[in-house]
Write a protein of this length. Structure first.
Length: 154
């Protein structure tokens, strides 16, 4: 059984809806061999990441940067993960009021330092809320879980 860990900071109803859509996609009925866990960055420890076969990170854009919760997670766990999670597949989702560029750059910089492997371009939900964001979020969860399920990321 593969393990997909979704690290989601979802303090608003829109982010909670994105989180739910990602989880729903990852738990699609066609996906058999993937255990999905979704946690707040505040609740995670490095050991949970060490057990994961892939990650999805969901963060709002806050003042052109990742959420403080996600930054806190990286601050607490970076050195415990460094050198132990090389090539860990991950995907990034950003809820951005403006463009998400600073948030993307910040997360990618840390992920690069950990030698994680981005397995798709970041999904950035830009501008005013749109209901079609949910389909894209579901697709993100399903795509990563399906890839784990069939052994693309081992």
């Amino acid at each position: 059984m593969k393990k997909l860990l979704i690290i989601a900071h979802a303090p608003s109803p829109n982010l909670q809806a994105l989180q739910s859509a990602i989880v729903d996609g990852a738990q699609a009925p066609e996906i058999d061999n993937v255990e999905v866990k979704c946690s707040s960055p505040f609740d995670l420890t490095a050991s949970e990441v060490l057990e994961a076969d892939a990650l999805i990170l969901l963060t709002p854009e806050n003042l052109g940067y990742m959420s403080g919760a996600l930054k806190d997670f990286f601050d607490r766990c970076f050195y415990d993960l460094d050198g132990k999670t090389d090539a860990l597949p991950y995907a990034l989702a950003i809820r951005a009021g403006s463009d998400g560029t600073g948030t993307r750059r910040a997360v990618e910089s840390i992920a690069q330092g950990l030698k994680w492997k981005a397995v798709q371009a970041p999904v950035i939900f830009r501008g005013q809320w749109r209901e079609d964001f949910l389909a894209d979020a579901r697709e993100l969860g399903m795509a990563l879980a399906a890839a784990l399920d069939i052994g693309i990321y081992s």
